[in-house]
Design a protein around this ligand. Structure first.
Ligand SMILES: Nc1ncnc2c1ncn2[C@@H]1O[C@H](COP(=O)(O)OP(=O)(O)OP(=O)(O)O)[C@@H](O)[C@H]1O
Length: 336
């Protein structure tokens, strides 16, 4: 089986703005894959090129082996997308919205009705089936987007910030549901700003910045890339920080607390204690803290200039041909 997603040197330009810069990424079938990056990193653009809402400028993109443009229908039929924005037809009861979506993907009416009921039950808003989208609460709208993504029984579920602005209960419900779907074999691509979410759910994460891939790793591997801090409380505070071995990348002393930054706190602490005692210091207390994934993420995506790289000099607010197309396609996506 080919990978669920495979892109090679994928480029997307909006006029002179390079939103994706030679992005090569592979998501294996069955993976729960996270896409992380600061605002404007290109996450939604990446998704849009996969689902046909944005036309790529260069490179290749395949979904289960199908070229996303040359074999659009095959690629698109494999994907269920829960987008960031609420792009749902507001004039129909939500059950009909789901049936239209299924019909658009070639599912016969009877089966579409069955599937609509099934997914509404699964996301917990079956009792709202005859209401219009506008009448749902924010959390219910998120559930509906997920239901719409699931109504075609996709092999690849793409969730673009599914828990943005939802309450804790719903966030946990959604986590449980997508974990279940992944365990049943659905490949999941998730973009999120919540590092905890990625850490909890994803087998691997890609960190993107300014349209480029910074790294791909498991959350555990990423965490080992940070440094640890050993904080030692000394019985009597010296005037200056002691001179330690090469293992100490940085040593600071404040109010009798010595903070030493090291690669691996667990294995360095005995050496540090030994060195301090040898120098006559009395130790009252010791604590090791590990860099959080969030700090590592901030480090990896730190940028002096947060603006996205522009390939040309001119800056214009005129919509490009692509943007106009994207708008039309988005509308279609909403209705379909
Ligand atoms: N249709 C468009 N026309 C012009 N520029 C666009 C368009 N869509 C996205 N961009 C630009 O491309 C860059 C990447 O945007 P994108 O929405 O992909 O980022 P993101 O990582 O999803 O951000 P966020 O986390 O804020 O959702 C941004 O600079 C954005 O302004």
């Amino acid at each position: 089986m080919p990978p669920a997603i495979e892109t090679t040197d994928l480029v997307k330009e909006y006029g002179d703005l390079r939103a994706l810069q030679e992005l090569s990424l592979t998501v294996e079938e069955g993976e729960f894959f996270g896409l992380l990056g600061p605002n404007g990193a290109g996450k939604t653009t990446f998704i849009n090129t996969l689902v046909g809402l944005a036309r790529k400028t260069g490179g290749e993109a395949r979904v289960f082996g199908h070229d996303v443009e040359a074999e659009y229908q095959e690629a698109r039929n494999a994907i269920g997308l829960a987008p960031q924005e609420f792009n749902v037809d507001r004039f129909f009861p939500i059950r009909e919205v789901l049936m239209h979506k299924a019909g658009y993907h070639g599912i016969p009416e009877d089966e579409a009705a069955e599937r609509a009921d099934e997914v509404l039950k699964r996301v917990g808003i079956y009792d709202k089936r005859n209401e219009r989208f506008d009448w749902l609460s924010g959390g219910m709208k998120r559930r509906l987007l997920l239901a719409r993504a699931l109504v075609t029984d996709p092999d690849l579920l793409i969730l673009d910030e599914p828990t943005a602005g939802v309450d804790v209960q719903l966030r946990h419900d959604l986590w449980e549901l997508v974990t279940e779907l992944n365990e049943e074999g659905t490949t999941v691509l998730l973009t999120t700003h919540y590092i905890e979410e990625a850490e909890r759910l994803c087998d691997r994460v890609a960190i993107m910045n300014e349209g480029q891939k910074v790294t791909v790793a498991t959350p555990d591997d990423l965490k080992t890339r940070g440094t640890d801090t050993i904080t030692v409380r000394l019985e009597s505070s010296p005037a200056v920080a002691p001179d330690l071995g090469e293992y100490a990348h940085e040593t600071t002393l404040e109010d009798g607390h010595l903070e030493v930054r090291v690669d691996d706190g667990g294995s360095t602490a005995p050496q540090l204690l030994h060195d301090l005692e040898a120098d006559g210091y009395e130790i009252a207390d010791l604590e090791i803290s590990r860099t959080s994934l969030e700090e590592i993420f901030v480090d990896l995506t730190r940028s002096e200039d947060r603006t996205v790289t522009r390939s040309g000099a001119s800056e214009t607010d005129e919509p490009t041909e692509d943007e106009t197309d994207d708008g039309a396609a988005r509308e279609q996506e909403g209705i379909a």
